[in-house]
Design a protein around this ligand. Sequence first.
Ligand code: GLA
Length: 379
Amino acid sequence: MSAPLREATSLFQAAFASDPAVLASAPGRVNLLGEHTDYNGGPVLPMALQRRTVVAAAPGPEWQAVSDLSEMAASFDPAATRTGQWTDYLAAVAAELIASGVAVSPMRIAVASNLPVGAGLSSSAALCVAAARAMVQVSDRRFKPSALAETAFRAEHDRVGVRCGRMDQTIAAEAMAEHAMLFDTGSGRVEQLPMPWTVWLIETGVSRRLTEGAYNQRRAECDEALLLLQERWPGLRKIAALPAARLDSAMELLPPPLDRRVRHVVTETARTFAAAQALSQSDRAALGRLMIAGHMSLKNDYQSSCLEADSIVTAAQEAGADGARLTGAGWGGTVLMLADEVRAGEIIRAVRLDFRRRFSRSPVVWRARAGVGVRGHSL
Ligand code: GLA
C-alpha cells in the first residue's frame, strides 16, 4: 500500500471508528505544453504524476469528511457548495452526481494526498475525480473515466465556481502510465502518446489559487478578444481556431493587451501540436525547444509567469536542460524541466544555486514519470 492509501485508511479508522468500504485515488498532473488553450478551444498535452490523492469512503449517518490537512471531522451539505471550506469540492461532486440521477446517500470520507496543494499541479482535480470514483462505487454504480472527468469538471466549474477548462479533470481520469495525453478541446479527441522520459519539477514556492483574480481576468480578456475577432470573421468559434496566417491581421484589429493574449493562444496551439509530434518521434530536444518557446510566450504575451519561474527557466536552459517552462495556470506554482538523466543532477545544482542567490531560499525539486489515471483499490 502506498503512503497516502495507508494514511487515508488510518485517518478514516481514527475519525469514524470503522473501516472504509471503498478506496479510490487520482493523480495530479503537469502540462508538457498547451497552456491557457483549454478554454480557447485548443489542444493540451498533460501527463499524470505518480503522486496521488486518495479518497476513502463508506455510507454514514451524515456527510462528514476528514483530511490529512484538517484532521477534525467536518460536516458538509451537498446543497451548499460555496462555503469557502475544502469540503466544498466533495459537496459539489455529491451534488453533481445527485443531479445526474445517481442515488447518492450521506457518506463518511477521509482524504490523504502526497500532492502539494497550491503548486499548480491540480490537486483539486485529483480530489474531485477520486471523490467521484469513490462516491459512485459506494452508490453501487460504475462510471467510465470520461464520465468521472465530466462530473468532476462540472462540480468544480459550475458548483464551486472555479472557471477552469477541462484539462485537469480529463488527465486525472484518463491518464495512461508512461504516456502523455494530447487532448484537443476543439474536437474532444484524446490521443495517448508514449512519454518515456523523466521530468523534474521545481516548485517556485509562490502559491497560487485558481479562484484568485488573474486567471479569471485572462478568461475575460479572451472572451472580449473573441467578440472583436468575430466582427471580422463571423464563423470563428474559438480563438484557437484562428488560422496562423490571419494572426497579423488579428494583431492590427485588437487593442493591447488583447493582441498579445490572442498571439499566445494561436502560437501555443501550433506549438502543442508540434510537441505531440516531437513526442511521437521520440525527439526530446525538439520538445524541449517548444517548451522554452512556450514559456517565453507565457512570460511576454500571456503575462502569466512570475520572476521566480523566469529565473528557473533561464538558469535551467543555461545549465544545459533540453527545456523548461512554468506549468499550470501560472503566476506561481511549478516549473517543469526536461533534461538528460545523466546531466540532470548538475543542472539542478546550478538552478538551486542561482535561485538561492536571487531569492535567499531553496526551491523544492522532485522527479516524476508519467503515472496512471483514476483507479479503485482493494481494502
Ligand atoms: C488551470 C485550469 C486548466 C487550464 C490551466 C491553464 O490548471 O484548471 O483548465 O486552463 O490552468 O492552461
